[in-house]
Design a protein around this ligand. Structure first.
Ligand code: JHZ
Length: 386
């Protein structure tokens, strides 16, 4: 596969392709990539910004309000966001009178955050970064890390750094795509080089336990096809009861077979069936002389189009809400990307929703296309026409 966010300005660029496969640790049951790519190749200049989506901004607001209302997070104290992107989450804390600090290696996005008044350290988060921050700013009452923990290779350093920074009363809240959803909804296209780990709670608990953290709350969210928000604090007692929602999810993971190799063999078979079904549908539409475009030049969409071999001969172009991606070509398949309004000036019959995790927001946004008789194709969880 090509790197999933390496959009290019020309369609003839020489491009590197890398093996992409997952393995499962037979000891702790962590599902993870077997070959990993140098993060500098992927994250120094980053085109992904969640703030163009209303769903994502609502989720950030929800996370911030839940935490602000928590009595232990003192007004005026320090909130740190790891993988702070364009500063959208920290802006909410900032408005409510908290000190904030972002940490992100993407220079292009850090610049945007700093311009908005969100101080941002341009760096990967590791133990050294944590020490530097602690020396300069002291402890944080809250550390957030949304959609970034799965991207970090050295989880040991991350968690040591978090432990060092939160002091005795601080909280650590992370959100990551949940393996249970990935497996049950066949979300194979969220497996790509940026995501090194595919977490379920059992291996996550194994790791955090090593670094003196414990879970105080866990919540399933309908974000990115299924996410969990996990709230941690420093471990207090050895034998305290675990939260009932955590126990419930651990049972669910076991019942769903997440710790069993056979589950993943069956998963692979289902993806092959999906490939056959989707290609059959797209080819029939093309044979009818109809035009298909894509919506959402998501990283996951680039995996789906490459793995299923869907190029510009099938999907003419993709429209996207992110200006960074406009007039670029998708990695691998080289499908051109245009601003969203192109759909209304063209005679389009079908739109393949590649950012299927935003299907409701996308269908709402393109209601005129639907009114004109346009149809949406959803590839995940099931191939359906809407
Ligand atoms: P979206 C990203 O993956 C990258 P991607 C990252 N590695 C990660 O972990 C996952 O998220 C979770 C566009 N769009 O968010 C915007 C529209 O065009 O699913 C984006 O380009 N119209 C950090 O890239 C893309 O779709 C719309 O109305 O798979 C969505 O990408 C909306 C709502 C979005 O993540």
């Amino acid at each position: 596969m090509p790197l999933p966010n390496k959009f290019t300005k020309e369609d003839s660029n020489k491009e590197d392709f890398y093996p992409l496969s997952c393995v499962i640790c037979q000891n702790c049951k962590l599902v993870q990539l077997d070959i990993i790519i140098n993060p500098k190749l992927m994250f120094s200049d980053y085109p992904y910004i969640p703030s163009t989506s209303k769903v994502m901004m609502n989720n950030f607001t929800n996370l911030a309000y839940e935490t602000i209302e928590f009595p232990k997070i003192k007004k005026g104290s320090l909130v740190i966001d790891i993988g702070s992107n364009d500063g959208s989450l920290l802006e909410i804390f900032n408005k409510h009178g908290f000190q904030v600090l972002g940490v992100d290696p993407a220079k292009n996005l850090a610049k945007v955050a700093i311009k908005k008044g969100i101080p941002t350290k341009i760096s990967q988060f590791n133990l050294q970064t944590a020490k530097d921050i602690k020396n300069k700013h002291g402890h944080a009452s809250l550390i957030t890390a949304t959609n970034v923990v799965a991207h970090i290779h050295n989880l040991n350093q991350l968690l040591k750094g978090v432990n060092l920074l939160i002091g005795n009363d601080g909280k650590f809240i992370t959100e990551f795509p949940y393996l249970l959803d990935l497996v049950e909804k066949q979300e194979f296209d969220t497996i790509y080089h940026e995501h090194l780990s595919y977490f379920s709670l059992k291996p996550w608990m194994y790791i955090i336990n090593k670094y003196g953290l414990e879970i105080v709350d866990v919540k399933r969210l309908n974000i990115h096809g299924g996410t969990i928000r996990v709230t941690h604090r420093k471990k207090r007692t050895e034998n305290e009861n675990m939260p009932s929602n955590l126990k419930f999810l651990l049972d669910l993971e076991e019942k769903a077979g997440l710790y069993n190799n056979l589950t993943y063999i069956n998963f692979t078979k289902k993806i092959e069936e999906k490939r056959y079904k989707l290609l059959k549908l797209l080819n029939e539409i093309k044979k009818d002389g109809k035009k298909i475009i894509g919506i959402g030049a998501a990283a996951k969409g680039n995996i789906l189009t490459n793995f299923f071999d869907i190029g510009p001969d099938i999907v003419d172009y993709i429209i996207d809400s992110t200006s960074y991606k406009h007039y670029c070509y998708t990695p691998g398949k080289k499908i051109p990307i245009f601003p969203e309004d192109k759909i209304s000036s063209d005679d389009v019959h079908y739109a393949l929703i590649l950012a299927w995790n935003f299907k409701d927001e996308i269908i709402r946004k393109h209601k005129d296309f639907k009114k004109k008789g346009g149809r949406f194709i959803l590839p995940i969880p099931e191939v359906i026409v809407i």
